[in-house]
Design a protein around this ligand. Structure first.
Ligand code: 5GP
Ligand code: ZN
Length: 116
């Protein structure tokens, strides 16, 4: 399942370049082009789902694999122990701008709470 005009489907298909840092059969992780912290990696399912709600309703195990990939990225980036944030902006009011579900793995600096 992919969408012709979806930016992240194009990254998954290697039609648009990205710095890929980790991949599994069903997921891909690549650096955010506009990083907000020393570690800022986006984790996506290869299959197109528009947001976290659609991912939650997807096939058995897909959301689980996205979560496991996010933690594997954090470990690989060396922030699993110091701490990191996993963010799924869901919908326009939350600031979602790319409608192919992605988890932001953010770490490597002190992160403020609450977020803006
Ligand atoms: P959202 O606002 O939807 O939660 O996050 C979208 C993220 O995608 C933003 O952090 C933005 O910097 C990132 N982004 C947008 N276009 C590209 C791109 O072409 N390549 C990469 N690697 N990241 C992108
Ligand atoms: Zn897509």
């Amino acid at each position: 399942m992919s969408e012709a005009d979806c930016l992240f489907c194009k990254i998954v298909a290697r039609e648009i370049p990205a710095e890929i840092v980790y991949e599994t059969d069903r997921t891909l992780a690549f650096r955010d082009v506009n990083p907000q912290a020393p570690t800022h990696v986006l984790v996506v399912p290869r299959e197109h789902h528009r947001d976290a709600a659609a991912l939650a309703a997807a096939d058995q195990g897909l959301a689980d694999e996205v979560l496991k990939t996010a933690h594997a990225v954090a470990s690989q980036e060396g922030v699993a122990e110091s701490g990191y944030r996993l963010v799924f902006n869901t919908g326009p009011e939350a600031g979602q701008t790319v409608f192919h579900v992605h988890g932001h793995v953010i770490g490597g600096r002190d992160l403020k709470w609450p977020p803006g």
